[in-house]
Design a protein. Structure first.
Length: 107
């Protein structure tokens, strides 16, 4: 028999599955992680700990644009990947609970 927490999750996830994956939900899951990684990259780049990289950045203005586009790409990738991963984890847990419930009912 499923405990109350598992029953609540099964009910919650059965409703969430019908709604499909919403775009705003994806952003709320992975966006903080992606932004933190991008900020770490930018802080590392601007701290000046690697002199040759700093000189290359200052000599070419287009390099800053490339780094900005790459940072945005990193944030988008991490956001989408984290959201899909969370969705897959919830779906797998839901399927395991359904199988567990069927096995207990059959016994």
């Amino acid at each position: 028999m499923l405990n109350k927490e598992e029953q609540r999750f099964v009910y919650y996830w059965s409703e969430q599955r019908k709604r499909k994956k919403q775009f705003l939900l994806k952003l709320s899951i992975g966006l903080p992680l992606g932004v933190m990684m991008a900020l770490g990259l930018i802080i590392s780049m601007l701290s000046g700990w690697y002199r040759r990289a700093e000189m290359a950045l200052r000599s070419s203005g287009s390099l800053l644009l490339v780094i900005l586009i790459a940072t945005i790409g990193i944030v988008v990738f991490i956001t989408v990947f984290a959201a899909r991963h969370k969705w897959d984890q919830n779906e797998q847990h839901y399927q395991e609970l359904i199988v567990k419930e069927k096995n207990e009912n059959a016994a």
